[in-house]
Design a protein around this ligand. Sequence first.
Ligand SMILES: C[S@@+](CC[C@H](N)C(=O)[O-])C[C@H]1O[C@@H](n2cnc3c(N)ncnc32)[C@H](O)[C@@H]1O
Length: 238
Amino acid sequence: MSGNCAYENPEMTRLLGETLRPGGFELTDKGIRYCNWSSEHRLLDLGCGQGATVRYLNDKWGLSARGIDPSHKLIKIARKKGHDEEFKIGKGESIPFDDESFDGVISECTLSLMDDLNQTLGEVFRVLKDGGYFFMTDVYARKPEMLDQLKNDPVKSCMRGLYALAGLKYQLKKRGFQVMMTEDHSEMLKQLLVKAVFEYGSMDAFWKKTTGSCVSNFQEALIKCKPGYYIMIARKEK
Ligand SMILES: C[S@@+](CC[C@H](N)C(=O)[O-])C[C@H]1O[C@@H](n2cnc3c(N)ncnc32)[C@H](O)[C@@H]1O
């Protein structure tokens, strides 16, 4: 993968732990309960990073989960900590599994990183069985009218890919999904940002350390978009 991905940087793991996102497993648990997933269900973790969620689903919940991620570095860590066959190199835009292979797809803080969100939604639809659930958590713009200012920024982090929730819902419906629930959990993002400032002195210092870039303009544009965090569950209509 593009080597400049911020999530390959060990500083990210130092700040976030093995789950490279806000909130740890709290929202994962909520999603599993909502979707009523149990041991007979086969799940895909899209953008699995170091594989923490796949291990959690398999070991703590007794589910049958696999993970894909385009980062060779992160997949290598995932395989080392878990089982080789649970992880594959792959992108959301081209999921390396057959049609209708899964009862559920999980995407925790990854949709904002896709090069082509619309194509990814089509791929998720393809690999899901009828009636299967798509469980997402991610950052979003609470002031989407300011999003244009972020688009040309070089920082390869989910924050650059902020989108409007209304747009995501529209695209999901167009693909044949029914949006079942959406909740705002922006306090989880806030807690993480406070932690970053506490550890690194400022958000500028944090971005510099994790992306190697000077990001004052990015930071300013980001604040204007008012980033938030959500959980959403959609269902592939039968
Ligand atoms: C914020 S991290 C989240 C990782 C993991 N889901 C977790 O919660 O720990 C974002 C992940 O998305 C992956 N990613 C980036 N572009 C992707 C793509 N096009 N398709 C799938 N995953 C992608 C990154 O390599 C990274 O592991």
